[in-house]
Design a protein around this ligand. Structure first.
Ligand code: BES
Ligand code: MN
Ligand code: ZN
Length: 494
């Protein structure tokens, strides 16, 4: 979809459909007022007759109203006029796009004249995020289901300013799309080496990408990560991505670490058949970190950032790790693997240890689809946040709130560590059923060497069906990219 920013009267004849804003209590936006006057009051009439309240996301589609050269006018609710935040502008344009995407309309004009340029930029961002589709494997599709919108124009007072404000948002959208593509791919296509290849291609953005193979990881002593991939025909990989955007390229970086289990069958502790296909997106943490690095490089963020992805496939096989096996992690700590399905923490253990050992970062944040228990605790709208640092937690919670990717901080009571004590090794990889997300976090904490650290359990937020809202339609959400981009932007860019 091509996106342009134009002034109101440009190419008036080319307009096919326009989306205008109406707020609660019938208040029209300045652009809607103008259009209503030109259309002989048809917008106001329709609002009165259409049970339209102006609630955010509500739409009213007026086909070819008399008096204007338009195919349709779409009235979109924007909520309360005095609470029209940048996020509301995103939601407005995203709802407009969803309402008309298969309508036959080819050009959609988003009318935001009379509002700040910033609103125009956010509208473009929202519409672009809404336009995501994963259709790599679709060979036929009914005509009326095919998307028709190929061009989006944001009509605003200062198109130049809007375009400028949109530039970095376009970079973030690139990152979100990169993540959604990775998360959507099936595991027969996206296995660790293929994931690594796609990440390697990000070098064209100015990122430094190193890929460690099994031999190199063995030399480093990563017995915990390697044990997980041991039953797979696919080689495990560790991707190390660096962005040096700060004035001092040697200043200590900040670091993000992702769980990249390209398929989680459970291993010998095999999962049930129902819903196992979902485990193709058990690499959503690594996917988010990869998308974040893509966004940061594209918008040339002024920060030094490291991204580390632990890429494995967890499969049952004659060579697979058994329950009861004891592995030695890179940290030197030994782990008794009670359940081979608690594999994400085994991957993160070595990825986090490697990260702090090599980069001495200011802090580490890991993202992982780690536990089903976090879905039981928080449902699908909130990710779980676990951390040893209040300041870092506050910053992450604030960023999540700002971009509508919210989290809830969970406790990490030291007393629960009893649950992961092993009879035979330093640690075991599961506790009891109770508080499963917490014992998982306590396990990971053993591998951060005291550094400020946060763990985001995103098992409930990576994949949504039905979709979350107009911006994140069904399937891969790209959760985490906007959140972490905002964390970096608000706190670590000089
Ligand atoms: N990848 C799963 C967690 C998961 C479950 C993510 C559902 C998304 C949706 C993880 O590797 C896992 O299997 N966790 C187990 C841990 C248990 C064996 C202690 C779980 O949550 O059941
Ligand atoms: Mn598992
Ligand atoms: Zn898993």
């Amino acid at each position: 979809m091509k996106i342009d920013f134009v002034a109101l009267d440009a190419e008036a004849d080319a307009v096919r459909a326009v989306a205008v804003l109406a707020f609660t209590e019938g208040a029209l936006s300045p652009a809607a007022e103008t259009l209503d006057a030109a259309a002989n009051g048809s917008i106001k009439r329709a609002i009165v007759q259409g049970r339209f309240t102006g609630k955010a996301g509500q739409t009213l589609d007026l086909i070819a109203p008399a008096g204007v050269a338009l195919a349709r006018i779409l009235v979109v609710g924007g909520g309360e006029a005095d609470k029209f935040t940048p996020e509301a502008a995103e939601a407005f344009a995203a709802s407009a796009f969803q309402a008309l995407k298969t309508s036959g309309v080819e050009t959609l004009d988003i009318m935001l004249t009379g509002l700040p340029a910033e609103a125009g930029a956010h509208a473009a961002f929202g519409a672009r995020l809404a336009s995501y589709r994963f259709d790599a494997y679709r060979t036929t599709e009914a005509e009326d289901k095919k998307p028709s919108i190929t061009r989006l124009r944001v009509l605003c007072d200062d198109p130049k300013a809007a375009k400028k404000a949109y530039q970095p948002m376009d970079a973030v959208a690139d990152g979100v799309f990169f993540t959604r593509d990775l998360v959507s791919e099936p595991a027969n296509v996206l296995y660790p080496e293929e994931f690594a290849r796609r990440v390697k291609k990000l070098e064209k953005l100015g990122l430094e990408v190193e890929i460690l193979d099994e031999k190199e990881m063995k030399k480093l002593g990563m017995g915990s990560l390697l044990g997980v991939g041991q039953g797979s025909r696919r080689e495990s990989q560790l991707a190390v991505i660096q962005w040096k955007g700060a004035k001092d390229a040697d200043a200590p970086p900040i670091a993000f670490v992702g769980k990249g289990v390209c398929f989680d069958s459970g291993g010998i502790s095999i999962k049930g058949a129902e819903g196992m296909e979902d485990m193709k997106w058990d690499m959503g943490g690594a996917g988010a970190v990869a998308g974040l690095m893509c966004a940061l490089a594209t918008r040339k963020a002024k920060a030094n950032v490291v991204g580390i992805l632990g890429l494995v496939e967890n499969m049952p096989d004659g060579a697979a790790q058994r329950p009861g096996d004891i592995v030695t992690s890179m940290s030197g700590q030994t782990i008794e693997v009670i359940n081979t399905d608690a594999e994400g923490r085994l991957v993160l253990a070595d990825a986090l240890w490697y990260c702090q050992d090599r980069f001495k970062p200011q802090f580490m944040v890991d993202l992982a689809t780690l536990t089903g228990a976090i879905i039981t605790s928080l449902g699908h709208d909130l990710a779980g946040l676990f951390s040893n640092n209040d300041d870092l937690s506050e910053k992450i919670l604030a960023a999540g709130k700002a971009v509508s990717e919210p989290l809830w901080r969970m406790p990490m009571p030291a007393a629960y560590e009893k649950q992961i004590e092993s009879l035979a090794a330093d640690l075991k990889n599961i506790g009891g059923r109770a508080g499963g997300s917490i014992t998982a976090a306590l396990f990971i904490q053993k591998f951060v060497n005291g550094l400020p650290w946060a763990h985001l359990d995103i098992a409930g937020t990576v994949w949504r069906n039905p979709g979350v809202n107009a911006i994140a339609p069904s399937g891969a959400t790209g959760y985490g990219v906007r959140l972490l981009d905002r964390l970096v932007k608000d706190n670590y860019e000089g």
